[in-house]
Design a protein around this ligand. Structure first.
Ligand SMILES: CC(C)(COP(=O)(O)OP(=O)(O)OC[C@H]1O[C@@H](n2cnc3c(N)ncnc32)[C@H](O)[C@@H]1OP(=O)(O)O)[C@@H](O)C(=O)NCCC(=O)NCCS
Length: 173
């Protein structure tokens, strides 16, 4: 029997943290590695919500530290599965910082992780499909195929010649 597809929104995982002194470097910025840890955890929860299985991190595809996060900032991480393939799931995570005075949230960072669902002996197992609904979910769903091909090329698991989706970006119409 096929696995029941889920809406991207059903995979939403949200985590809110406050930056404490032990999270920062000597100029009061949150350490990148500390943020990576929180991204990994919230991303894994989103992936888990799609497949309800144990998931492992297969790749950190992209993390952009666009804006420094400072000591005492309140940080919210919002993760959703953007697309699933056979056993792997791409998760996009948006990071927001909250203004202390008015509570307004500003997006400061973005990350993309790949998780794989595994069974009790660590072998990959099939996951349900994701249904994108919003324009952003649809855009991320479409682009996920290119990102997957790039990630697999970098990992030495796909030949550049077989990356048809990526190649189409560079071929003339
Ligand atoms: C991730 C892992 C389960 C993949 O197992 P594997 O035997 O290599 O299996 P496969 O090559 O069939 O890959 C399984 C899926 O992962 C995807 N994948 C593997 N490496 C990938 C990468 N670098 N980028 C994107 N996707 C990747 C494959 O495309 C495949 O996806 P699909 O089934 O949706 O097509 C295995 O490498 C592993 O357990 N790694 C360690 C995970 C871990 O401990 N993470 C924490 C790090 S401390």
């Amino acid at each position: 029997m096929g696995l029941k597809p889920k809406k991207a929104l059903e995979t939403l995982a949200v985590s809110t943290i406050i930056v404490l002194p032990n999270d920062t470097n000597t100029i009061g910025n949150m350490m990148g590695g500390r943020l990576l840890h929180h991204l990994d955890v919230v991303g894994a929860i989103a992936a888990h919500r799609l497949c309800n299985r144990v998931v492992v991190t297969a790749a950190v595809n992209n993390v952009s530290f666009n804006q420094a996060i400072k000591l005492a900032d309140i940080v919210t991480l919002e993760a959703k599965v953007s697309r699933s393939f056979t056993t792997s799931m791409e998760v996009c995570i948006d990071v927001y910082v909250e203004n202390h005075a008015n509570g307004a949230k500003t997006k400061c960072n973005e990350a993309i992780y790949t998780f794989v669902a595994v069974d009790q002996i660590g072998s990959p197992i099939a996951v349900p499909e994701v249904i994108p609904e919003t324009p952003l979910e649809t855009e991320r769903y479409k682009a996920a195929l290119r990102r997957r091909q790039l990630s697999l090329i970098l990992a030495g698991k796909l030949k550049p010649d077989d990356a048809t989706e990526l190649k189409s970006l560079f071929s003339k119409p």
